[in-house]
Every structure is written in C-alpha cells, then in structure tokens.
Design a binder for this molecule. Structure first.
Ligand code: HEC
Ligand code: HEC
Ligand code: HEC
Length: 142
C-alpha cells in the first residue's frame, strides 16, 4: 500500500515538524523571559564618557566610595586637591545628556549613581552639597 505508507510517513514528518515548531516557540519564549528577568535584576545605567575610569572597573565597583572618602579627607582636612579621585571628576564622565543635549543629574532616576545605589539599597547625601551634573559654562551652540 504505497499511498498509505506515504501518508503515514508524511504524518510522522508533520508531527515531527510540529514538535520542532512548538519546541522553538517554547525555547524562544523561555529565553525572552530570562532576558526580561536579567534586565530587572541588574542595575542599568548610561555608559560613561572617556576612555577608562580612574581605576580599573572591578576595583571601582568595589571601592569607589573609599577613593571618594579618602579624596574628601585629603581636600577638606589637608587642603590637597588632586583631580584623580575628585567627585567633580566622576560627575564629568558619568553624567548623561538628555535628548536636548543637557546634562542629567547623576542622582536622577535611572542615572549612573542612582540606579546602582537603588539596586544595592545605598543612600548617599553627597548631592545636597555637591553638584550632581557638570557645570555647563560652555555655550550650547549647535
Ligand atoms: C554638608 C555639605 C557636604 C556634604 C553633604 C558632602 N560634602 Fe563633600 N565637600 C563639601 C565641601 C564644603 C567640600 C570642600 C570644598 C570643595 O573642595 O569643593 C567638599 C569636598 C569634597 C571632596 C573633595 C573635592 C572634590 O570635588 O573631589 C570630595 C571627594 C567630597 N567632598 C566627597 C563627598 C562625598 C562622597 C559625599 C557624600 C558621601 C560628600 N562629599 C558630602 C561639602 C559636603
Ligand atoms: C575620565 C572619565 C571617568 C572618570 C573621571 C571617572 N570614571 Fe568611572 N568609569 C569611566 C568609564 C569609561 C567606565 C567603564 C564603564 C563604562 O563605560 O560605563 C567607568 C566605570 C565606573 C564604575 C563601574 C561601572 C560598572 O559598569 O559597574 C564605577 C562604579 C565608576 N566608574 C565610578 C566612578 C567614580 C566614583 C568616579 C570618581 C571618583 C569615576 N568613576 C570617575 C569613566 C570615568
Ligand atoms: C556599580 C554600582 C555602583 C555605581 C555605578 C555607583 N555606586 Fe556607589 N555604591 C555602590 C555600592 C554597592 C555601595 C555600598 C558598598 C558597601 O557598603 O559595601 C556604594 C556606596 C557608595 C558610597 C558610600 C555610602 C556610605 O554610606 O558609606 C558613596 C559615597 C558612593 N557609593 C558614591 C557613589 C557615586 C558618587 C557614584 C556615581 C559617580 C556611585 N557611587 C556609583 C555601588 C555603586
């Protein structure tokens, strides 16, 4: 029964193909769920200006506040001003610009310092005294 045979094979192939389709859909759904999950479980912030940070990135992630505190003590107590770990320097490189080309404060929602600190449940009061965006003395001519 050549036709019956062919039909049977065709059906097998079809059900196999269906299985592949269903598996592919399930897999891609699975990955997008994982992607969304990864997005909400990681802080997302704008990338910085400049070639590199003032220290290697893994060290900055761990110890940036030590550098800042040390720098503050040096400046406030000893009057020594060095640009390397200055807070103003962090802001210069890490403040993002909005669609109009104006700087956005680094402690605004979704911005560099804020997004990571919300994620890590850290609160800082630095920007009640320090500017949270670079000074815009330069004219914004096109
Ligand atoms: C009550 C106001 C106030 C608060 C709050 C404050 N600072 Fe300062 N800070 C100052 C003053 C005043 C100076 C000395 C003037 C200057 O150098 O700008 C200074 C200087 C500094 C400096 C050295 C100068 C520079 O730009 O690098 C650093 C670093 C610094 N502060 C970091 C911090 C950090 C980090 C925080 C938050 C944990 C903080 N400050 C909170 C007032 C403040
Ligand atoms: C010359 C520009 C520049 C300066 C100044 C600077 N940074 Fe960075 N920073 C970078 C770049 C570039 C990176 C690499 C990651 C990126 O592209 O966003 C980075 C990365 C970081 C990271 C790790 C971010 C991550 O991906 O996890 C932290 C935290 C950080 N900087 C904090 C600071 C602090 C605090 C200061 C001031 C003491 C500072 N930076 C000064 C340019 C700078
Ligand atoms: C990659 C994530 C990340 C980014 C980006 C980041 N921070 Fe932090 N910050 C942390 C974490 C995590 C801690 C707490 C670490 C701890 O307590 O061990 C912290 C702590 C601090 C502290 C000390 C707070 C305290 O109570 O002692 C200061 C000051 C600080 N960050 C300043 C900044 C500034 C200014 C920026 C932006 C220029 C910035 N951080 C960006 C993760 C980040």
């Amino acid at each position: 029964m050549i036709w019956g045979d062919l039909i049977e094979r065709g059906c097998k192939w079809l059900s196999c193909a269906m299985r592949v389709v269903v598996m592919t859909i399930a897999l891609s759904l699975g990955t997008s769920v994982i992607e969304v999950y990864a997005e909400v479980s990681q802080p997302v912030f704008p990338s910085a200006r400049g070639e590199q940070c003032v220290e290697p990135v893994d060290i900055m992630r761990r110890d940036h506040f030590e550098f800042l505190k040390h720098q503050r003590d040096k400046t406030v107590r000893e009057g020594i001003r060095t640009p390397r770990h200055s807070l103003a320097g962090c802001i210069d490189c890490h403040a993002d610009k909005d669609a109009q080309g104006r700087f956005v404060p680094v402690n605004a929602k979704g911005q560099f310092c804020q997004s990571c600190h919300v994620y890590a449940a850290v609160k800082i009061d630095c920007f009640s005294c320090h500017a949270a965006r670079p000074s815009e003395r330069v004219s914004q001519s096109p």
